[in-house]
Design a protein around this ligand. Structure first.
Ligand SMILES: *Cc1c(COP(=O)(O)O)cnc(C)c1O
Length: 375
């Protein structure tokens, strides 16, 4: 197997982390800052760990410019658990049936992850699918003008980057006017911190960490304070955002080690120049890869140009019979985990924050060489 220095890992998640972060974690593994303990062994309420989680929170707030009327929560269960936790916390908002009754929530279906969110939410509230690109095989995002939002929606849910389908919103949809003020809720699992976002336009932003933030096991929820305190009576206490917020994400033991690594990633992003600097790099990486894919009909990407994901790039070989040969050759060059999601097929290159442009260049070089050999 190739030596780790020469490997580029294109996994969709859990995904590549910055080498510097892994090295620092390795150095601190047995004895964190002279404490005599590994971070894994610390009480979550002790002063050492409190300093770690407080720094992580302060850094992510600064990086995303999170307004002071928003809470940042660390939970468990991933974005998939949030698919249930969100309606349990929000579905009674603005419900005509009263404080403890779920109303209607609007969802925009743009791919596999939206579809999952919709299915799960339907167990807890009535769901209005206000727009869907399913008929276009999720290769585009329905135009905002065509969304059929509900006037009394509890909230409007989008998946702002569809990790599997490779579709990303390049703008923040305005939904308040059509809904009389419903908050926008976004699953940003796979592109959080990859681009600048105006948090104040959202009611809730959430995501699992294992794409762009850190290891699996911690879920980040950024929630506007007025949306706390509306949970349905059957919502588990550990998932009632108000209880979690009132306990500074320590109502139950938080995923301490995953938060620590996320904190190291936040510090790494600061050293890179912040989110704006990473966004500029992410644009350059995406242009390099899509530019090459578009330059030849040996490969194709099927997503509408105005909503192609900068993070997840699904692509196909013209001759799918070459797929296994392609993947084997990629692996030989240290280009790992390029196989597409089973529901889409083909290939997928995930090029998150921690993927350097050299990795994308190495992939493009391989694409060219492979085409020359087999085209
Ligand atoms: C990976 C992913 C999920 C699922 O996250 P889990 O941590 O497995 O629950 C949900 N939504 C999006 C957009 C994802 O990329």
């Amino acid at each position: 197997m190739a030596n780790a220095d020469m490997v580029y890992n294109f996994s969709a998640g859990p995904a590549v982390l910055p080498k510097e972060v892994l090295q620092q974690a390795a150095n601190e593994m047995l004895d964190w800052h002279g404490s005599g303990m590994s971070v894994m062994e610390m009480s979550h309420r002790g002063k050492e760990y409190m300093s770690i989680i407080e720094a992580a929170l302060a850094d992510v707030r600064a990086l995303m410019n999170i307004p002071s009327n928003y809470k940042v929560l660390f939970l468990q269960g991933g974005a998939i658990a949030e698919n249930a936790i969100i309606p349990m916390n929000l579905a009674a908002l603005r419900s005509p049936a009263g404080k403890h009754e779920a109303g209607v929530a609007d969802y925009i279906n743009t791919g596999s992850w939206s579809t999952k969110s919709i299915k799960e939410a339907g167990r807890y509230c009535s769901v209005n699918v206000a727009a869907s690109s399913a008929d276009h095989k999720f290769s585009s995002i329905p135009a905002r003008a065509d969304w059929k939002l509900s006037r009394n929606a509890a909230y409007v849910h989008i998946c702002s980057n569809e990790t599997i389908d490779g579709v990303e919103y390049q703008y923040t949809p305005e939904v308040a006017a059509d809904t009389d003020g419903a908050p926008l809720v976004a699953d940003m699992s796979s592109h959080i911190l990859s681009r600048e976002v105006d948090v104040s336009q959202y009611g809730v932003i959430y995501g699992g960490a294992q794409k762009n933030i850190g290891p699996a096991g911690v879920t980040i929820v950024i929630v506007r304070e007025d949306l706390l305190g509306h949970a349905l009576p059957f919502c588990p206490s550990a998932f009632d955002w108000k209880i979690v917020a009132d306990n500074d994400s320590m109502y139950n033991t938080p995923p301490t080690y995953a938060i620590y690594i996320a904190g190291l990633v936040f510090q790494w992003i600061k050293r890179q120049g912040g989110v704006a600097a990473l966004e500029a790099r992410n644009i350059a990486k995406a242009e390099l890869l899509y530019g090459y894919l578009d330059s030849t009909d040996f490969y194709s990407n099927r997503i509408a140009a105005d909503c192609r994901s900068r993070m997840n790039v699904p692509f196909f070989l013209r001759d799918e019979a070459l797929n296994d040969t392609f993947l084997a050759g990629a692996k030989e060059r240290g280009l790992l985990q390029l196989k597409g999601h089973k529901s889409v097929g083909g290939m997928r290159a995930s090029i998150y924050n921690a993927m350097p442009i050299e990795g994308v260049q190495a992939l493009v070089d391989y694409l060219k060489d492979f085409e020359q050999q087999h085209g």
